[in-house]
Structures are given as structure tokens and as C-alpha cells.
Design a protein around this ligand. Structure first.
Ligand code: NAD
Ligand code: LMR
Length: 338
């Protein structure tokens, strides 16, 4: 319709050119940790996403193979693999979105916080490079413990003078994906229609699914809601135990990561009313970082939405999660400033 209305032929040419190269903007997405258990299926899913024009796959090992493999898929994006620290700058330059699943996963018996000692350092180094080479990119932090790695990232960006709280996201989408699946099973509603907000953080009791706001509504008993809440909180551990030493969720996480990245890209592209739960800098509780519904837009976080009405059970859960989440945040901040 722009073409038809346009009067000047020069203007038409410009519009036509930008139209013929696709009305979808160019977007570079970088995955750091792209050869890992999450990284590989996430690379596949991002290669299938038509919003991506350039897919940059970075890891300390094995990225040439992953990039060659994924790169043969006949979809829009150009794929380049980058291996080793000396290629990190090139992997990041021009990125609109950086997804970080780099770091070690849990084994049975471990908490996510047991990963802190190794993953905090990895995240710190990667974020220092992001601050240098693509400071305006959106960051999707997957590396655990998310409750601490997001505050670490914020501190590293602050130190570099490059912190934009609107651009930093802890990925909690897997909690939402699980809550949807488990709820659909009990509520006997079509799973594809289900939505459930999940608030708080991403570890044990800090994960708080808000089933009182689930859609479609269902009249579930208190016992069922308690069991659904616990299963959502322990979803990661359920997978860690089933994998019996071979790592944690990778396939469902790649799905969840791809869903959240797609929402971020839609927001960047100006699609209205893109709302997802994410762990972000927040003022909706007294905690400086908190997961809740967030409206995504051209600058990243456009709005952190209110929690809405909570049941008494959820209100208790909210108070109960605060001490652990607070100390995980402080641990991250301390680490980054030591
Ligand atoms: P993995 O061990 O299979 O893969 C991790 C990858 O990171 C490896 O390929 C490794 O080479 C790479 N890596 C290590 N150091 C790096 C560095 N400095 N730069 C770039 N890459 C580096 O592990 P995984 O199963 O893919 O899990 C990755 C992380 O994601 C873990 O911390 C895990 O706990 C976390 N995780 C988070 C969620 C979530 O919901 N947020 C879900 C599942 C897993
Ligand atoms: C998950 O929720 O599956 C991830 O955080 C991985 C884990 O360690 O549980």
C-alpha cells in the first residue's frame, strides 16, 4: 500500500528496494556455547527462524562442525562458526541478540548454585567481550545459576559503562513451558492454548508458577495446585535425574530459548504486545532482579508488568522465595566486584 500511495518515483524505488530485500529487517544472532547440549539444538531452531539473517555460532571448541552442518539448511540466515577466544570479537560484532548457554550443567545431587564457581567466570568473560564488541545487543542469559549470572552480567556492563537494564534478560521460559505442559495435563485443556505466568527466579522455590492466572481457567484443588507448583519448581531436577549424569535439560531448553529469542526479535522489529516472562532488573518487588511478565519492544524491555492478583498460596510462595533470591543476587554482585 505504501508503494501505491507513494508519488515520487525515487521514493518508490527506495521503498521497492527495501521491500524486495524482504520487509523483515536484518538481524544478527550470536549463540555463545553453540556447540553444547543446548547450543546445538538452539542453533538448529534459530536457523529455522525467518527473523534471523545472520547466525553466529561461538564456542571454545567444535563450532566449525556445528556451523558447517547447520549452514547447509536452506533457510534465510548465513551461518558462521567461530572457535576460541581470539575469534570472539568477530562472533559478536554487529549482533542484535546474544544468547548465552555457555557453561557447565548440573549432575544429580547438585544445585544450580553448585555451578557458580565455574559459570560465573565464564559469564563474566563473555559479558566483558559483549560490552566491548556489541554493547547494544539484547542478552538472553541461559547459563546457570541464572539468579546470579544475570546480576553478574549487569555489574560487568556497569563497570564497562555500558549497562542498559532494558537489554539484559535471564531466560526463564523453560519454567513457563513446563508449567504449561504440567497444567494442561491436570486441567484437561488443550496444551497449545495454555498460558501460565512464572515469577521470581530460576532455581527451586524461587520458581513460582502463578496457576491462579493460568488460562484457560480450571478449577483445580489445592492439593493439585501444590503438586503442580512443586513439579514446576523441580522440573530441572527431574531431567537431571533422568539423564543420570549426562547433563540437564537441553532439548526443551533449546525450544524455550528459541521461543524467547523469537519474542525478543519480534519486539526489536516493532511487533506490538509481545509479552513473555523473564528475569530482569525490576522494581515490582524489593528485589533488584525478579522474573515476571515483561513487554518486549524496540529497546528490549518496554515495561515490567505488575504481578496481578495472587492467591494466598502464591503470596506465601512469593515471601518464601525472597531470601534465597536476594542472597543469589548478592552473591553475583559480590563476585563481579571482587
Ligand atoms: P554443555 O556442557 O552441553 O554445553 C556448554 C557449552 O559451553 C560447551 O559446548 C562448552 O564448550 C561451552 N563453553 C564453556 N566455556 C565457554 C566459554 N568460555 N565460551 C563459550 N563457550 C563455552 O551444557 P548445556 O547442557 O548446554 O548447559 C549449558 C548451561 O545452561 C548450563 O549452565 C546449564 O545449567 C544451563 N541451563 C539453563 C537453563 C535455563 O532454564 N536457564 C536450562 C538448561 C540448562
Ligand atoms: C533447568 O531448569 O532445566 C535448568 O536450569 C538446568 C538445571 O540444572 O536444572
Amino acid at each position: 500500500s505504501m508503494l501505491v500511495r507513494s508519488s515520487s518515483s525515487a521514493k518508490q524505488a527506495v521503498i521497492r528496494r527495501s521491500f524486495s530485500s524482504g520487509s523483515v529487517p536484518e538481524r544478527k544472532v550470536a549463540i555463545l556455547g553453540a556447540a553444547g547440549g543446548i547450543g546445538q539444538p538452539l542453533a538448529l531452531l534459530m536457523k529455522l527462524n525467518p527473523l534471523v539473517s545472520s547466525l553466529s555460532l561461538y564456542d571454545i571448541a567444535n563450532t566449525p562442525g556445528v556451523a558447517a552442518d547447520v549452514g547447509h539448511i536452506n533457510t534465510r540466515s548465513e551461518v558462521v562458526g567461530y572457535m576460541g577466544d581470539e575469534n570472539l570479537a568477530k562472533a559478536l560484532e554487529g549482533a542484535d541478540l546474544v544468547i548465552i548457554p555457555a557453561g557447565v550443567p548440573r549432575k544429580p545431587g547438585m544445585t544450580r548454585d553448585d555451578l557458580f564457581n565455574i559459570n560465573a567466570g565464564i559469564v563474566k568473560n563473555l559479558c566483558s567481550a559483549i560490552a566491548k564488541y556489541c554493547p547494544h545487543a539484547l542478552i538472553n542469559m541461559i547459563s546457570n545459576p541464572v539468579n546470579s549470572t544475570v546480576p553478574i552480567a549487569a555489574e560487568i556492563f556497569k563497570k564497562a559503562g555500558m549497562y542498559d537494564e532494558k537489554k539484559l534478560f535471564g531466560v526463564t521460559t523453560l519454567d513457563v513451558v513446563r508449567a504449561r505442559t504440567f497444567y494442561a495435563g491436570k486441567a484437561n485443556v488443550p496444551v497449545a492454548e495454555v498460558n501460565v505466568p512464572v515469577i521470581g527466579g530460576h532455581a527451586g522455590v524461587t520458581i513460582l508458577p502463578v496457576f491462579s492466572q493460568a488460562t484457560p481457567q480450571a478449577n483445580l484443588s489445592g492439593d493439585v495446585l501444590t503438586a503442580l507448583t512443586k513439579r514446576t519448581q523441580d522440573g530441572g531436577t527431574e531431567v537431571v535425574e533422568a539423564k543420570a549424569g549426562k547433563g540437564s535439560a537441553t532439548l526443551s531448553m533449546a525450544y524455550a530459548g528459541a521461543l524467547f529469542a523469537d519474542a525478543c526479535l519480534k519486539g526489536l522489529n516493532g511487533v506490538p504486545d509481545v509479552i513473555e516472562c523473564s528475569y530482569v532488573q525490576s522494581t515490582i518487588t524489593e528485589l533488584p532482579f525478579f522474573a515476571s511478565k515483561v513487554r518486549l519492544g524496540k529497546n528490549g524491555v518496554e515495561e515490567v508488568l505488575d504481578l496481578g492478583p495472587l492467591s494466598d498460596f502464591e503470596k506465601e510462595g512469593l515471601e518464601a522465595l525472597k531470601p534465597e533470591l536476594k542472597s543469589s543476587i548478592e552473591k553475583g554482585v559480590m563476585f563481579a566486584n571482587q
